[in-house]
Ligand binder design. Sequence first.
Ligand code: DAH
Length: 339
Amino acid sequence: MIEKLAEIKKLFTDKISGASTEESLENLRVEFLGKKGFMTGLMKMMGQLDAQERPKVGQAANEVRTYIETKLGEKKNELKAQALLCALEQEKLDVTIPGTPAAAGSLHPLNQVTEEMKRLFIGMGYEIAEGPEVEYDYYNFEALNLPEGHPARDTQDTFYITDKILLRTQTSSVQIHVMEHKKPPIRIISPGKVYRADNLDATHSPIFHQLEGLVVDKGVTMGDLKGTLEIYAKAMFGENTKIRLRPHHFPFTEPSAEVDVTCWGCGGTGCRICKGEGWVEVLGCGMVHPDVLRRCDIDPEVYSGFAFGIGIERTALARYGVSDLRQFFENDVRFLEQF
Ligand code: DAH
């Protein structure tokens, strides 16, 4: 039986050297130590031995059993370590490889010009005022001398919520809100969205932006207005820019003017940008109409004021030489990245 044990040990040693998975180890364990395994089979035959031999064989059998158990344990640990190494190799992470840079956004060109205008006017002592985009007819039209049925309303058709509530067509409505709550001296600008029932094309959009300005104080003159706009034009379009006030009609200012600046493309000689004119229209302005002041409880005998309304898209188109307004709203990153 001692020889039989040696055979079992040798067989086991051969087999375990070829085992490469935990599953095959388990199979070996069953084959040698299991209920129907070699060792159990052998032990059952112990009964046939005489009393003298039994302890020797028993001891040898125990040694072989311990040998098998130890080898199985060792091999199991070895396989585990190998599996871990393999996994580490596969999941290796090189922390020194440069990462993917996070794409940083930037201000939209419309916001860039708006911010620039805000900085300019804040520097001249203006405050920022805000007004609602969903507005009463009164603030958008009536209080600005555009009563119901006034023909100038036709040029500013808009989106109505009810008969009396609409999406504002101009930031001029903010003038009224400000003058209702604040008495002169007043010096505000109000940038914001406005709406008109216009179809989208290269120069029109149902939503666009304006920047309103309003100054009311004692002794404010048209000269103050012109000086202010000159500073604006030079800051936005270049130091050599000249402005020209063309008489115009706005119901809420008297007198009123449209303002042109010398073309930034050609300096005034005529080019594609100014369509050969040498001048480009950039805003509307005027002296606040006495009726508008009176409606807000400001005495036009004591106070006077000027107002202006700047088209932000128009300024941005000019500034960046963009020819189609729709590009500002399409939000194509390839376009926006250029600013
Ligand atoms: N609100 C006018 C428009 O949308 C622009 C404008 C003209 C604003 C004259 C003013 C102004 O404040 O005085 O066409």
